[in-house]
Design a protein around this ligand. Sequence first.
Ligand code: MTE
Length: 322
Amino acid sequence: MVLIKKFKGWEIPEREVTPEDLFFNRRRFMKSLIGAGLAATTLPLVGCESKKEENPIAGTVKLDVKTNPNFQEVGRTITDESFASRYNNFYEFGGTKSIWRNAQALPTENWKVEVSGLVKNPKIYDLDDLQKKFPIEERIYRFRCVEAWSMVVPWVGFAMKNLIADVEPTAKAKFVRFTSFYDEKITPGPVGFGDYPWPYHESLRLDEMANDLAFFATGIYGHSLPKQNGAPIRMVIPWKYGFKGAKSIVKIEFLDKQPPTFWNTLVASEYDFEANVNPNKPHPRWSQAEERIVGKGPALAWEKRPTLLYNGYEDYVGKLYV
Ligand code: MTE
């Protein structure tokens, strides 16, 4: 008799989802095969998988925007957009990196973002309000996923602290929860797995949200966000692992207590609330000392670089964690 184990969504067998060298190194330390969804670095040939006539940034609008001089240089080359727009994590549309076609089903017209909770001025913004009200700029940030791959991305958007000033949190507000769009008919999640705690939700401490680096992106590479990158508005928190940056935000709530978060609810031992990039704090199943820079060819061929504490942003955020 052959025993077939049926894996839950976050128990994808690592050999199917992880670069082989990580997988085989990790195996040595593993007593049992319990995989987590966010270990999902497949072995893609990025950029080679789409047919020529398909354009992953079709439908985006060019944005006339200046680069903030404080965030124009990160000592690394900007990732080619063909990678950033085809190699994505957006579990609402599937559990692989190739969800960009599925993500085109996201309905972004008449988008509203509701801000509520412990604030003096609760608001419902539409996207135009946000873009007119807050100065839009470009920032080039390092982007580091917990799966040990990285990119350098030119985001367009506005500092989160501007929104904080507009809604005026009360003295009781200590945490902020961000919730992504969810509609089970449109965002089915990885097919066959029903146990995710949708909608995707993430949270920051209020002082983290108020940090100069914390950013809402409404664009990328000089145009509006493609759906697969989290259109029309997403979080970008460059000193934390990418999973803290919820996409396609519809709700922002100011709270007095730390709320549960998506990946932490699924696998608390693997995805902590803070999730700061840290080369000295290994993921339970792999090292975080190095990262692979997403590029051409199979993941194993990508250039490796040492991981930087707080993703290289210690001067900005070190003081938050003393
Ligand atoms: N937001 C939502 N709503 N759903 C997701 O699955 N994945 C996160 C984050 N935000 C995710 C999300 C993870 S794990 C990463 S690494 C980044 O989005 C990926 O962003 P990108 O596809 O633009 O590179």
